[in-house]
Design a protein around this ligand. Structure first.
Ligand code: ADE
Length: 289
């Protein structure tokens, strides 16, 4: 990446979801329109400067709004391949992705945060979900769909904010449904019986594509509703937006703490995903000629 106002590398990206279309409070130094062989990403990529409170260093962070600058892109229309390819092309090797989620467990209350460690795929195969097709076959491991190194730091940051009102659940299984309609009550109960903790429409194929691109990826979920299995009112858009809005300050504190921690010197190898570099070559099963 060498944006007009800044030269250097940007290893960390934040993908914002519903209710987090920008990162207020950070200094924007560039806005990049990147195009990729898979089309245009959801939004321009903004480059923000963040001053790390641990070492006073300024780190560049890329920010991408998943549903577009005007929330005009439906979950099944998100150009996930372009988004991940665009971030990777400017140097990104680690992603913190935000998402509003419905809760499938009584203990996960609206406005609680969850750091998921597993995914169940309930998308319908209409979203392009791989870079490996049309002549190159590869199969990447996905048993642990998130990055444990990043997750550990994110959990520590979340717990450090407990005094400020952040409630954090360390683990959970996220169901990714196709949408855009919400689930039926029978589906919602079925997901609960499968052990689902939370539900959204966005973690896939994003997490799969990040893995294929050798990018360390972790989602931070914020619960906005109890879906429709619960006795309280069924989920509505107003409910999702309302909780996102009233919890925006906590979300912002959380990102800031995570960026502070990731920018610390001892995490340089983690944010540049040294542990993933070159891993894909073991997944390619098309003979090289
Ligand atoms: N995003 C926020 N709440 C949701 C729900 N109940 N189902 C699917 N996606 C959601």
């Amino acid at each position: 990446y060498d944006g007009a106002n800044h030269t250097g590398s940007v290893s960390i990206a934040v993908i914002g979801g519903t209710g987090l279309r920008e990162l207020p409070g950070f200094t924007q130094v560039a806005s990049l329109n990147v195009s990729t062989p898979w089309g245009e990403p959801s939004s321009p990529i903004t480059i923000l400067h963040h001053q790390c409170k641990h070492n006073n260093k300024t780190v560049a962070v890329a920010f991408l709004s998943r549903h577009g600058p005007h929330h005009q892109i439906a979950p099944h229309e998100v150009p996930a391949r372009a988004n991940i390819a665009a971030l990777r092309s400017i140097g990104v090797r680690s992603i913190i992705a935000f998402s509003a989620v419905g809760s499938l467990q009584e203990a996960i209350k609206p406005r609680d945060f969850v750091i998921p460690d597993q995914i169940i795929d309930r998308t319908k195969g209409v979203r392009p979900w791989t870079y490996f097709e049309g002549g190159v076959v590869a199969h990447v491991p996905f048993g642990d769909p998130f990055d444990e190194g990043i997750a550990k730091i994110v959990r520590e940051c979340g717990h450090s904010l407990e005094g400020e009102g952040v409630v954090l659940h360390d683990r959970g299984t996220i169901i990714c449904m196709e949408g855009p309609q919400f689930s039926t009550r029978a589906e919602s109960n079925m997901y609960r019986s499968w052990g689902g903790s939370v539900i959204n429409m966005s973690v896939l194929p994003e997490a799969k594509l990040a893995r294929e691109a050798e990018i360390a990826y972790q989602m931070i979920c914020m619960s906005t509703d109890y879906d429709c299995w619960h006795d309280s009112a069924d989920v509505t858009v107003e409910m999702v937006m309302g909780h996102m809005k009233s919890n925006a300050a906590n979300a912002r504190h959380f990102v800031t703490a995570v960026l502070d921690a990731l920018a610390a010197d001892e995490h340089a190898d983690l944010i540049t995903a040294k542990h993933l570099a070159g891993s894909i070559k073991f997944g390619v099963s098309t003979p090289q000629t």
